[in-house]
Design a protein. Structure first.
Length: 271
């Protein structure tokens, strides 16, 4: 019997209800993607990395999802390598490349797993490694963090976002996400239950004069949140201590203040 590929493993996990179809959700998001969203995504990337552009830099997008931030990095001038575990997410990135950078040899896209140490090592090292809201969905967050950290070149930056730990609510959300994936009939109920929350977020963004957060869609983010499984959490201190021990210096942090959501970190690998 041959060795299972990443795509084989993905299909098995999907059939068992152990994984959310992120790529299917992002495929629907692409129909909404316009110039305004792309500009917002590009600005958010520039602001967190504290750069004017990425000209002459290499950029690794781990778990590229919709492909939007790979596209943003390309617009900033980077040479981009994107990969994702979900074949439909790979197709999303390929579609954005076709739309905006067709036949550009400086944007490569593959299917692969960040948990596959041999695969990740084969990619080499990059000036910027980016993984927003991905590594906590792998089923082994700490191994994913270890593998991701090895892709950063000396003096390079690692930009990650990870779910925030909440003493009681993290357990509740694990139950919701597991139920959403294992029992498809529960999905309309959860969507209906949390749609008011989605509407409230939309209104708050309008009041803040921010139509879309990071160029994203509130509706697609809701489905992503409800279905996002596997699901792991961490505290900012845990992440800071982990990367400090691995020779990284924290450059920028944006936390959710103890609430639900992702804490964002930019670390720099020391020479």
């Amino acid at each position: 019997m041959g060795t299972l590929t990443s795509e084989d493993n993905f299909q098995q996990e999907m059939k068992a209800g152990e994984r959310f179809a992120f790529g299917e959700n992002w495929s629907r998001f692409l129909s909404l993607l316009d110039e305004e969203r792309i500009v917002q995504a590009t600005d958010s990337l520039r602001n967190m990395l504290e750069v004017d552009d990425l000209k002459g830099k290499t950029f690794l997008d781990i778990g590229s999802g919709s492909g939007l931030f790979s596209l943003a990095a390309k617009r900033l001038g980077a040479k981009v390598f994107s990969f994702d575990y979900d074949p439909q997410s790979v197709a999303c990135a390929a579609e954005l490349k076709r739309r905006y950078f067709d036949n550009d040899a400086d944007w490569q896209i593959q299917q692969g797993s960040v948990l596959d140490s041999d695969y990740v090592k084969s990619l080499g090292q990059f000036d910027i490694t980016y993984s927003w809201g991905v590594l906590h969905h792998t089923g082994n967050q700490w191994q994913a963090l270890s593998n991701a950290s090895d892709t950063v070149a000396e003096n390079g930056k690692l930009f990650i976002a990870l779910y925030n730990f909440q003493p009681v609510l993290s357990t509740y959300w694990t139950f919701v996400k597991r139920t959403y994936n294992r029992f498809p009939l529960s999905r309309p109920l959860f969507v209906a239950l949390y749609t008011p929350h989605m509407i409230l977020l939309r209104l708050l963004n309008i009041l803040r004069n921010r139509k879309y957060a990071r160029g994203m869609s509130v509706r697609h983010d809701l489905v992503d949140w409800l279905g996002g499984y596997p699901f792991e959490v961490s505290t900012p201190d845990e992440i800071f201590d982990y990367f400090k021990a691995r020779g990284y210096q924290l450059r920028k942090i944006k936390t959710v203040g103890g609430r639900m959501g992702c804490n964002e970190f930019v670390f720099q690998r020391q020479a």
